[in-house]
Write a new protein. Sequence first.
Length: 226
Amino acid sequence: MNALFFARHRRLIVKPVLRRLLAIGAIGLVGVAAVFLIDEEQVRSLSSQLPASLRFLPFVMNFLAIGEMTSRALFYHCDLSLLRYPFYRKGTFRHFCIRLYRMTGLNLLIGATLSMAVTIVATAAGGVPATDLVLFWGCAMALSVFFSVHHLFMYYMFQPFTTDLNTKNPYYWFVNMAVSALCGVFLFLPVPPVAFTVVVLALALVYTVAALWLVFRFGSRTFRVR
């Protein structure tokens, strides 16, 4: 059924991803062009800011992730009808894992494209230390996983969508606001790049394990039509 959904509603899932990839590509081209238009000293100054730019990644990846819109599409075009059947609710953990795999793959594609664009611009600027690029790639990939898990986990645990096409769940709103606030806090924290990346990787790992366990344990009760 999930394979049928992703095949039938491919445009709802793939189109937003393509828009993001095109936008990232366009920004990357502008960045490469800018490298050849500004003087060498400014280029070196900008290149040295790559480690500091890591703190902007949580905010950027939260904006680029397709989790919430995909969850909404899953509810209105698939789950709204099927959640009325006990067998479907009992299989909650199984289809959660199937969807998490699909969603993570798409968000990783977005994260990899963003990282590649940054790498190309950095190379055009004369290169930056390989360590800085590795940290950027690691952080972007970890955040892609984190927000894939986050949005799908929120959907399964709080199921905020109603039959009249509204969103109604204060816990869903509160947790989303808390995560957005945390992304905002990172903007002002002068955390060393290595420590920041380690924290992001740890958060992604812990969140993934916790989400899998909670959906396995409680998903069949929380994932329902409201």
